[in-house]
Design a protein around this ligand. Structure first.
Ligand code: SAM
Length: 279
């Protein structure tokens, strides 16, 4: 396959900028530009699209996104060592790469988007991946500032995001993702593709925000799922007691069996409970 750009190989970039991977920053770099191109392709046609990338590191995915025509990439990276490497990419694609050095958990993308819609594409640092996803799924106002999320997670987290009721992996993250998005796993990437290789397989997940999810307070929904899945083997009439309400009356009003367990309840059931609790 032809090189995606005239920039140097990522191994050389890493060596020249002293980007020895740090475990504390969840740094598992993808150096195979065919693979980063595959992730960028999975994000759909990018012409005219502004992309938010969290954790560009040495810039393998950043390069693929720009090579595939993204109008602009806003790249938020915590590691100051990566900035010089990213600036070289920016020089190759003048005016199309905005580098933000800082913590993605503290960063409000709207400040960099000026009202524009964006797409989030990222090989996420595993230690904050779930926190970032929860933040994006609980955005207000809704519909959010992004039109899709294309994200790499550890396979086990990806399975929890897309799980259906009745499955072992169905839980708090599945309910939140199912409430506000349609989510699917696109493909897996094996550990040996990364430097250094992580212990587990990774998966790329595609989430599209629902245009009109049932209105519900995200914080209350999370309180309900925390109570229900916190004791997932117990019946709801027992597990929901931590909410401090009459669980029998609450479940009856929601049309749910008091003997049901958290993993039997579809997203709509949890939303119904959250709406009743908000009254
Ligand atoms: N995108 C690169 C790739 O695919 O090779 C690197 C991915 S690596 C799994 C995660 C990246 O997230 C690292 O570059 C790391 O420095 C960065 N990172 C870790 N914590 C961060 C945070 N709180 N905010 C922004 N970036 C962070």
């Amino acid at each position: 396959m032809a090189p995606i750009d005239a920039l140097p190989p990522l191994r050389e970039v890493i060596r020249r900028h002293g980007l020895t991977p740090k475990k504390s920053l969840g740094q598992n770099f993808l150096l195979d530009l065919n693979l980063t191109a595959r992730i960028a392709r999975a994000a759909g046609p990018l012409d005219g699209v502004t992309v938010l990338e969290v954790g560009p590191g040495p810039g393998g995915l950043t390069r693929a996104l720009l090579a595939q025509g993204a109008k602009r990439v806003v790249a938020v990276e915590r590691d100051a060592r990566a900035v010089a490497a990213l600036e070289e990419i920016g020089a190759h694609y003048p005016g199309r790469l905005t580098i933000v050095q800082g913590d993605a958990l503290e960063f409000d993308p709207r400040s960099a988007l000026a009202g524009e819609r964006a797409r989030v594409v990222a090989n996420l640092p595993y230690n904050i991946a779930t926190a970032l996803l929860i933040g994006w799924l609980t955005e207000e106002p809704w519909p959010p500032w992004y039109d899709a999320l294309v994200l790499m997670f550890q396979r086990e987290v990806a399975e929890r995001i897309v799980a259906d009721p009745g499955s072992k992996t169905y839980g708090r993250l599945s309910v939140l993702a199912g409430w506000r998005s349609t989510a699917k796993i696109l493909f897996d990437i094996k550990p040996s593709a990364f430097v250094p290789p992580p212990k587990v397989t990774s998966s790329v997940v595609h989430l599209i925000p629902r245009a009109a999810p049932a209105p519900c307070d995200a914080r209350i929904l999370q309180r309900v799922t925390e109570a229900a899945f916190g004791q997932r083997r117990k019946m709801l009439r027992q597990s929901l007691k931590t909410l401090g309400v009459d669980t029998g009356a609450l479940l009856q009003a929601a049309g749910l069996a008091p003997t049901a367990r958290a993993e039997d309840i579809a997203v709509e059931g949890f939303v119904a409970l959250a709406r009743l609790l908000a009254r």
